[in-house]
Design a protein around this ligand. Sequence first.
Ligand code: G16
Ligand code: MG
Length: 210
Amino acid sequence: KYMGIIFDLDGVLCITDRYHYQAWKRIADTLKIEFNEAKNHRLRGVSRMESLDIILENYDKPLSVEEKIALAEEKNRYYREFLETMSESDIEDAVFATLDELRVRRYLLAIGSSSKNAGFILEKTGLIKYFDAISDGNGLNKSKPDPEVFLRAADDLRLAPEKCLVVEDAAAGIMAALAGGFDSAGIGDGTAVPGVTYRLERFEELLEVV
Ligand code: G16
Ligand code: MG
């Protein structure tokens, strides 16, 4: 049915959630704003600047665009320090095994991630070799739930959206897939979104639906 599979990165192939949390926490602490795991959860799949806006909901002082950019850059420097420590051991064996099998089955594989650090994470973890196309937060005009990141991935694979399956963990990502005319496989939070095509309890179940 499908010829290509487009994977979200954070929350699907790897877990960098705790690094995002720790990096944003340092920013929040400097500004003396409340930031906890529940709020961190709202940042899943959301772009860096939109994440900052969510964190600043509890901040009463108005910030200029320049100040916001500086904060986002500072967060990214902390975050990159964590990413530097990543290796193949941060990826579940089931992820490598599943990607190996999908390649054997001749699917075209792409990344559709909101992250501007996607290329770096893929390099550090040894995942990069599996992908025919990488569509990430760089050069993106509209973030999920807009379908742009997935449409660009499909286009890079030279496939129509109907020929691709999107694998996502975030609600915004499943909505983006729906908006772009893609079937979707939800993991974690992604399983709860109305309209999701398949619900996966474990990543390797992907092999049963394609
Ligand atoms: C990821 C994360 C988000 C993060 C976004 C931007 O998206 O889930 O929490 O805010 O990337 O990341 P960066 O600051 O590295 O550009 P995805 O789409 O891979 O789940
Ligand atoms: Mg995600």
